[in-house]
Design a protein around this ligand. Structure first.
Ligand code: SF4
Ligand code: SF4
Length: 337
């Protein structure tokens, strides 16, 4: 069941929710895009429904609350270590179907990929509930249907669809029903919208033969890719990070340990002791990233890492298309068989 709300009623729902939850949602930042006069849609905390961007796909993914680009984990002195404090108020994160499907990938890596759960991820994860923004149409570069991430049957507390200036909300979580019921008595059968077909379609090979791994198809990216790492930072499923110990300059024995987002495309990622580096060429880095997203992760966990959101294509300054590369890998794998 759900509700059809006016904009005003929806504003009242968000205002009430913001008394009990921090709301982390896509927001339009005017002029903050990569070209002059181009906006960026990024995540931020909001209390006002008017600030939530419901139409455009966000440039960055909703994972930023769970895995901030930079997070202080510990403070240390000579003999003591103190875990950093965390604001423990609950959080509602707004995301599309690809974002909510990406959560399964993040949980897999941080909570279910070894003997121990990552405590710093878990303490944030325990605070979060998701709100689904329905997709009334496909966006540039999306291929979520091919990656089976176009739909969410669960994993959200309520949904939002902007339809002809009304907000339609499906509310599967009973705890959230009261927020809607007090501002709207128009209870209806409402289902979140989802995309059934994308313009971009990909076929993912069942397995990638060794000869494709050493194929010349990767060489093109050694010159085209400028190893800026933007594709990793916007990706809802990239989970790599590095650690930084920062010593306060006026006391070299006191400092903090930070977890900072890392990118497999940038220099330094594969540096090892003695000056070695495993993947020097950008083409080799591209091969690693692509095969991790569409082959290696699946071999280990049984499903693809990539959710087909297309954000890496949207952001690449060299117009490199991830879906095109999947197509090339598929074709090359087929030719071997
Ligand atoms: S965004 Fe494009 S140019 Fe930058 S690292 Fe990724 S593929 Fe290379
Ligand atoms: S690899 Fe690209 S298309 Fe796939 S989930 Fe990451 S950003 Fe989205």
């Amino acid at each position: 069941m759900g509700y059809v709300l006016s904009r005003e009623a929806f504003a009242a729902v968000i205002a009430d929710l913001s008394k009990n939850y921090r709301i982390f949602a896509p927001v339009r930042k005017e002029g903050a895009g990569r070209f002059t006069d181009v906006d960026a849609v990024i995540y931020d905390y909001v209390c006002d429904s008017e600030k939530i961007e419901l139409e455009a796909k966000s440039d960055y993914a909703s994972k930023e609350f769970l895995t901030p680009l930079s997070e202080t984990l510990l403070y240390f002195t000579e003999n003591e270590v103190k875990e950093s404090d965390l604001d423990t108020r609950p959080v509602l994160v707004f995301g599309r179907s690809c974002d909510i499907n990406s959560l399964k990938r993040l949980d897999q890596i941080y909570l279910d990929n070894g003997l121990a759960k990552d405590p710093f991820y878990k303490r944030r994860r325990d605070l979060v509930k998701y709100v689904l923004i329905g997709c009334g149409h496909s966006y540039d570069n999306c291929f979520c249907v091919s990656m089976e991430s176009n739909k969410c049957d669960d994993g959200y507390v309520f949904s939002i669809d902007l339809v002809e200036d009304n907000i339609q909300s499906n509310v599967p979580d009973k705890d959230f029903d009261k927020y809607f019921a007090q501002h709207c008595n128009d209870k209806k059968d409402v289902a979140p919208r989802y995309v059934k077909e994308n313009e971009v379609k990909v076929a993912v090979p069942d397995s990638v033969p060794l000869s494709v791994i050493t194929d010349a198809l990767w060489d093109e990216y050694t010159t085209r890719c400028i190893n800026c790492g933007r594709c990793n930072y916007v990706c809802p499923t990239c989970t790599c990070y590095t650690m930084q110990d920062v010593f306060y300059s006026d006391n070299g024995k006191v400092g903090e340990r930070r977890r900072v987002g890392a990118s497999c495309m940038v220099d330094g990622y594969t540096d090892v002791a003695g000056g070695g580096q495993y993947r020097r060429k950008n083409g080799e880095r591209m091969r690693f990233k692509v095969l991790h997203k569409i082959s290696d992760f699946k071999k280990r966990f049984g499903y693809h890492m990539c959710v087909g959101c297309g954000r890496c294509d949207d952001i690449c300054p060299e117009y490199i298309s991830f879906s095109n590369i999947i197509g090339k890998v598929y074709q090359a794998s087929k030719e071997v068989k």
